[in-house]
Write a protein that binds this ligand. Sequence first.
Ligand code: HEM
Length: 417
Amino acid sequence: LSAPSGLCGLSDSTLPLLLEGYAWLPDRRRRNGGAPVRTRLLGKPAIALHGRDAVRFFYDESHIHRRDALPGPVLDTLFGRGAVHTLDGEQHRVRKALFVHLLKDRESITDLTERAAAEWERARADWSGRSQVVLFDAFALLLARTVCEWAGIALDDAEARETADDLVAMVDGFATPGPRHWRARRARRRQEERLARRIEDIRRTGPTEHAAPTGAALAEVARHHEADGSPLDAHTAAVEILNVIRPTVAVAWFLTYAAHALHRWPEHRAPLAKGDSTYARAFAHEVRRFYPFVPFLGGLAARDLDWQGETVDAGTMVLLDVYGYLHDPELWPRPYTFDPTRFTDAEPGRDDLIPQGGGEVSGGHRCPGEDIVLALLQTLVPLLARLEYRVPEQDLSIPLHRVPSKVGEGFVVTDVH
Ligand code: HEM
């Protein structure tokens, strides 16, 4: 297959990217002898950077802007129009403060993980009565119930299943042009409409203990004000509520990867099962490093820039290699060995472990949900390590051309108790 030719003699890489997924950028970089990759994506000139200095360069706000950086198909599935991901400067700072307030508070994180552990107990009783359980689906449902209740979004059983399916679909379909993509668009439209109605209801009646407890994410987003003092319109408020609940449900990917790691390397089960909390945190870091989730990040050069002697014209799409960096042997010796002990003696450096972005959380675009992801993994992976189940014969491969990738058909287990 050959990609359509672009301007300036650079061929457009959109098609190879869609076909090769996680392997596309590391392969291009290798063929380039490690030099920054210049190409075109969706017809626009692009340069891909790699390494610790590149992380610092990328997260310097005066270098990279996010406005207009993300293509429509990604906004209409994964993030939503008007999302915090697409803001710069003061507008970004004020919106980001809402997420930091909601997602970095210790007590609130403990509340979330306690709810998740209680949901696990409830789900476990259900799993043990079933002939088989698809772990990915079970984790997504458990997380959807947990995070929606925590965020003040009351759901009955049928709504919880549908919400879990929609939130998974939005993540699953953002990087493919096929049926998964159209499912993702429908899922986003449906959930945005529902949540916008809930926001309007709360604003009409005021938050109540029943509809959306004061302090819960739904009520806080409903009363948030923008940098210019105006409240968020109901649609944008729905987009941002989804930017809390969708990625929390996406932790199902990491939990299923954790199940994969426990199956391939069962020696990790014992320290986790006996409650070694340092090991649980190290294991969570290694799952985030080892398994494919985010291939790269992108923004637009805010002005003409110089990257280690390379000219980057204003408006060029700048990509930060994430998957390749997390498997770079210079930073991670034996990168394709799953080894939590990389993290047992010390926490990773700010710009080394970047599966959820680099730089600072408050000033930049680094993920504000990192503490939540770690806390959920540290709570639920030890419960998984203690769970007894059989793993029947099945395909457990993790295809690198699929973004986001997935373990086989979701990792089927039987005889759970
Ligand atoms: C941003 C990854 C979980 C909320 C990001 C970014 C990445 C990321 C790579 C973008 C960084 C950038 O653009 O520079 C992940 C992964 C997760 C996860 C792999 C695992 C499932 C969460 C959770 C939440 C969350 C649980 C909320 C509860 C956000 C928000 C942003 C963000 C609101 C936008 C931040 C900004 O633009 O300033 N995440 N995240 N994420 N994440 Fe996460």
